[in-house]
Design a protein around this ligand. Sequence first.
Ligand SMILES: [Zn+2]
Length: 93
Amino acid sequence: MAEWASGPALPPRRGQAITATATVAPSITPAERACFGWLQALEDAISYRLVRLAAPCPGCGPQRCDDHAVDVGLIAGYRNTATHIRPVLHARR
Ligand SMILES: [Zn+2]
């Protein structure tokens, strides 16, 4: 059975028998599906790096140690990449 077959029923259209049941198939394109995958991966990577940054570090002082400076840079890069992916998802809406 298709994933969408158990989706919410639509209200009957004008003239449509009330007993009829219609379902809505999600209209996600392969490109959108790929975008969701990338965004999820980026969110996971950001979360991982944020946890690393939150951990106490004897090497970090007023400035980050090399490892944590890399984390900060990667987070910025991941967020920047996500800002370029999100418009693809919102373009159709
Ligand atoms: Zn550090």
